[in-house]
Design a protein around this ligand. Structure first.
Ligand code: ZN
Length: 364
């Protein structure tokens, strides 16, 4: 199996079934009978352990099958000596290829493990799919999952143990009083107050801390005309952080700033309407799932890089399940039609995936 065969079948988010069926057929050909499609459309492949030990664990190995863009009826794939070009060639055809190779090796060599392995080829990971395939797996099996190995496309060496916290809201300022720009000058102006809040917040030291905390402002809107004092102003606000304490500090900083302006202009209202709130989750890098992963990487001469991500792994980590996300290749311009990957990275990437899976399943 190679990643060109996988990438050649279009599978934009929401239309993965042709690819899912192809993968299912391959796995059946390897001799695995227990394959099924769940309510979300995920392909589930069970390789139960023959061990009689009642304390045996169940480890899930997942890879998403959807691609971020829609390349139409046909995916155009080109290659030169070093690289392969094509949408989805890296993300996540390399991860899917690594899982297929692993299953084939386990079956062909009658490899046996003390713990159960369940493979999940997921749908709806990208964009508006909002990881719905993985959410279905956690809903159906949550309490019976002891650990998750999430196999992603790029880059080799990543060891993702964190979910980035997210706080999204609409910020609205309403002064309840407008006026003439010249005659009534001095009355509160909603546009100015909103700009001041943003300015005060952006100069906070929070954004220089070691654990990354960021913010973004979009769609600033203020009412009024050129000669009228604006009464209302709004913007969309997003704060992200790798650390919940820093997220709390950011929220507190914002609230202190808001209180200051409320005091300064006693009659105005400043409101926050939250649209999304996701806590940051960090599993300690000394947890055995990461240590086993990094041991394999070091043996292969790969430099491990602990990081945060935005993948199917977020869903299981948020559910409290130890999860490691690793990469299978080196790729660029993923999530675009100009995606490409480095050919030679795939062999070591697949070797790494196989060895990480075997190591974790054997000694978890
Ligand atoms: Zn991906």
């Amino acid at each position: 199996m190679n990643n060109i065969s996988i990438a050649s079948i279009p599978s934009p988010t929401g239309r993965e079934q042709k690819k899912i069926q192809f993968i299912k057929q391959k796995i059946n050909e390897y001799g695995v009978k227990d394959t099924s499609i769940d309510n979300a459309g995920n392909l589930i492949v069970k390789l139960p352990s023959k061990s009689k030990d009642i304390s045996k664990k169940t480890i899930w190995v997942v890879a998403h099958t959807d691609t971020a863009c829609d390349s139409g009826e046909k995916v155009i794939i080109k290659q030169d000596e070093k690289y392969i070009f094509g949408h989805g060639i890296c993300d996540n055809s390399t991860g899917v290829t690594a899982l297929l190779t692993t299953i084939e090796l386990i079956i062909n060599n009658n490899l046996e493990f003390p713990n159960n392995i369940i493979f999940g080829f997921t749908v709806g990971e990208e964009g508006l799919g909002a990881k719905r395939g993985m959410k279905q797996i956690i809903k159906d099996y949550g309490k019976q999952i002891d650990a998750v190995i999430n196999v992603e496309s790029h880059n080799i060496g990543r060891v993702t143990n964190q979910v980035i916290g997210q706080y999204r809201f609409k910020l609205s300022v309403n002064t309840k009083i407008g006026g003439h720009s010249f005659r009534d000058f001095g009355r509160p102006n909603a546009n100015v107050i909103l700009a001041q809040i943003i300015s005060d917040f952006s100069s906070s030291k929070l954004f220089q801390l070691k654990e990354k905390t960021t913010f973004n402002i979009a769609q600033m809107k203020g009412e009024g005309s050129i000669n009228a004092i604006s009464q209302t102003a709004t913007c969309l606000f997003e704060i992200r952080s790798e650390n919940n304490r820093n997220m709390e500090k950011a929220k507190k900083t914002l609230n202190t700033i808001i209180s200051k302006y409320k005091k300064q202009f006693s009659d105005i209202s400043i409101e926050i309407n939250v649209s999304a709130e996701v806590p940051a989750v960090i599993f300690p890098s000394k947890h055995k799932i990461y240590q086993l992963t990094m041991d394999v990487q070091k043996k292969l001469g790969i430099t491990p890089k602990i990081n945060s991500g935005n993948t199917d792994g977020d869903v299981s980590m948020t559910a409290g399940i130890p999860t490691v996300t690793i990469g299978t290749s080196n790729g660029w311009n993923t999530h675009s039609m100009d995606e490409y990957m480095e050919k030679k990275s795939l062999a070591i990437g697949i070797q790494q995936v196989f060895m990480v899976i075997c190591s974790i399943i054997s000694s978890y």
